[in-house]
Design a protein around this ligand. Structure first.
Ligand code: M6R
Length: 614
């Protein structure tokens, strides 16, 4: 959570910081602030968005300077107000710091500093860190880099930081533990970002800091990378990024979320690229090929994840047990990490994550590793911490997802999970050839099939008009559609703030049916395969109690059409393919409802794109 940017070089820094912060607003948008150095230190901060911060710069004189740092905040310690905004400045006014993460032992550090006479203006853990650095620097009479090093040795928690000392204004110190940090390398200039998006337009040469690494970036001496644990110098690895700048622009759509929904055919093609070459050729997922012995001998597969990625994992349970016949367990990473789960040698643990930075998932990985599990990571962000912390894995290659509500990343996750299940199941000889052929053909065609679902967007937009006043929704699905019902409800909650719950359709009668009345819209997935008639019975039960039904049906359906107030058709397909398609209208329905209600679609209140705190 929170985004940090920085620049040190010869260009005017103001625009670099402001445009960079706007690109990182998906990480938090409670407040924003910048530090710019031009002969003296200028700090400006504001509650709210980067645009609010911009409005404080009325004087062009303030925009001068070619060294600076910025921060966009998702509040953890202290209210989202101006005082708690970053950058935080030390008591002497010399050192400033931006921080993403949580200093868990800030209380004890703060009480030591209080005894020494330090004064704190904010409620943040970050202000404690900047004063700790100052205290060490002054007492030991050492440079900023060394002082930061000693301070971080005392810190328990997670951080990505950038620190600046106005008494030596040619240097920025950065360090990372648990929270992401990337450094863009230009010609005699360096950029800093929580991810590379702030500097992609200037340079594609990037150093991703690893945990316990610290970079001393000096305008004259260049960049020195140090290992904090070993206190030694390391050679930086500069990666050539392949990211496309258009990926992080809206491309004519009103919102990133809508753009990302419509990008799904292309994103899934990218997920399959090099892996699903043609339905007649074997699936090629190199990490499965290389580690197939692990899957062959696996006693159990455990998925760990959060939010939408947890819904993808839940669908994977259905896919894997059906096609591979190995027992599967799906756990919320946040629960898994704090109980004492039984993990045996021979268990494969599969973390699923879009960002690859989710703190709970990372902690669960650590725990599973200690217990001897084999870790196979599935994430979207290349080079992310989860990708690096797992034994092996596979990228979803959905492309940058900026909208806080996950859409294309989810579709790519579930398409990839089905592909994996088909690959492993076939290698183990657990799928009938005819069945395999049918599913693989439909899966290969899914980018095209999704296009046909997207072409119904106007119909879905029209339906959305009728539900703007609703304050509750129920989403129902059976079997493969149950995780999709959960995901549909989460999407609606996140961006429209309408309360929504997802249930397995058959669970209705065990309680939730009490909620049904004429004010309750029920979205029910009723495609024409195995449980169809049971779902039709559920629809009748809802109708009998006056509920308003929006049904996702297979094309040509006549039965449900007679019962539902609104229907949205998806193409006829195998029941394993249907959830991938059924999810698309639910994304669009949430989008149109939220948009018509005037909600902030890409940056819903209280949320952030990657949850790097507990
Ligand atoms: O980056 P991750 O997939 O690990 O993130 C997990 C959740 O925080 C995330 O899916 C969240 O629920 C999204 N806002 C869903 O739209």
């Amino acid at each position: 959570m929170c985004g940090i940017v920085g620049y040190i070089g010869n260009k005017p820094v103001y625009d670099i910081l402001i445009t960079g912060l706007k690109k990182l607003e998906y990480r938090g948008y409670d407040s924003a602030g910048v530090m710019i150095y031009d002969k003296s230190l200028l700090i400006k901060k504001s509650k709210g968005k980067v645009a609010d911060l911009e409005s404080l710069f009325v004087n062009d004189q303030d925009k001068k300077g070619s060294i600076g740092m910025g921060h966009t905040r998702w509040a953890t310690h202290g209210a989202p107000n101006q005082i708690n905004s970053h950058p935080h400045v030390s008591n002497s006014g010399e050192i400033s710091l931006v921080h993403n993460g949580i200093i868990e032992n800030y209380h004890s550090l703060k009480s030591v500093l209080l005894k020494k006479g330090y004064v704190f203006k904010s409620d943040t853990d970050s202000e404690v860190l900047v004063n700790l650095i100052e205290d060490i620097k002054k007492t030991k009479k050492i440079k900023l880099g060394k002082a930061t090093y000693f301070a971080l040795k005392q810190v328990v928690g997670a951080y990505a930081i950038a620190v600046f000392d106005s008494t030596n204004p040619t240097e920025i110190i950065t360090a990372k533990l648990g929270s992401p940090l990337a450094i863009g390398v230009g010609e005699s200039e360096y950029y800093i970002g929580s991810d590379p998006s702030p500097f992609l337009e200037f340079t594609k040469r990037c150093i991703y800091l690893n945990d316990n690494e610290m970079a001393i970036i000096n305008l004259k001496k260049g960049l020195t990378l140090r290992d904090i644990k070993k206190d030694s110098i390391i050679d930086p690895f500069i990666e050539e990024l392949k990211h496309d700048i258009e990926e992080v622009e809206k491309g004519g759509y009103d919102h990133f979320m809508l753009k990302e929904i419509f990008e799904q055919p292309k994103s899934i093609k990218d997920t399959f690229r090099g892996r699903l070459l043609s339905p007649s050729l074997p699936i090629k997922i190199s990490s499965i090929e290389m580690h197939f012995d692990k899957f062959r001998s696996a006693n159990r597969i455990i998925f760990i994840s959060c939010g939408t990625s947890w819904h993808a994992s839940l669908l994977a349970e259905y896919y894997f047990e059906e096609l591979i016949r190995i027992p599967v367990k799906v756990e919320y990473a946040s629960e898994f990490r704090y109980r004492n789960p039984v993990i045996n040698k021979g268990d494969i643990v599969i973390p699923v994550s879009q960002s690859g930075e989710t703190a709970d998932t990372l902690a669960a990985i650590k725990m599973a590793k200690e217990k001897g599990a084999f870790l196979y990571g599935i994430c979207n962000v290349v080079g992310s911490t989860i990708a690096r912390e797992t034994d092996t894995g596979v990228y979803t290659h959905a492309g940058s997802e900026i909208g806080v509500a996950s859409t294309k990343a989810f579709s790519c996750q579930i398409s990839l999970l089905l592909l994996m299940a088909l690959d492993i199941g076939k290698r183990l000889g657990r799928i009938e050839e005819i069945r395999y052929q049918k599913i693989i053909k439909e899966l290969a065609a899914i980018p095209k099939t999704i296009e046909s679902v997207l072409s119904k967007s106007k119909h879905i937009e029209d339906i959305s008009e009728n539900f703007l006043e609703a304050s509750n929704f129920i989403y129902l699905g059976r079997g493969y559609h149950f995780p999709i019902a959960l995901e549909g409800a989460l999407k609606l909650k996140e961006i429209s703030y309408i309360h929504a719950e997802g249930y397995p359709a058959a669970e209705m009668k065990h309680g939730p049916i009490a909620l049904i009345d004429k004010y309750m819209p029920v979205v029910i997935i009723a495609t024409n395969k195995s449980n169809y008639h049971k779902v039709v019975s559920n629809i009748m039960e809802i109708k009998a109690r006056g509920g308003r039904i929006i049904a996702i049906v297979s094309s040509g359906d006549t039965e449900v059409k007679k019962l539902a107030e609104y229907t949205i058709e998806i193409p006829n397909c195998d029941e394993l393919i249907a959830p991938i398609l059924a999810n698309i209208p639910l994304q669009l329905l949430s989008y149109y409802i939220a948009n018509k209600k005037g909600c902030n679609i890409d940056q819903p209140r209280n949320l952030a794109k990657s949850v790097t705190v507990e």
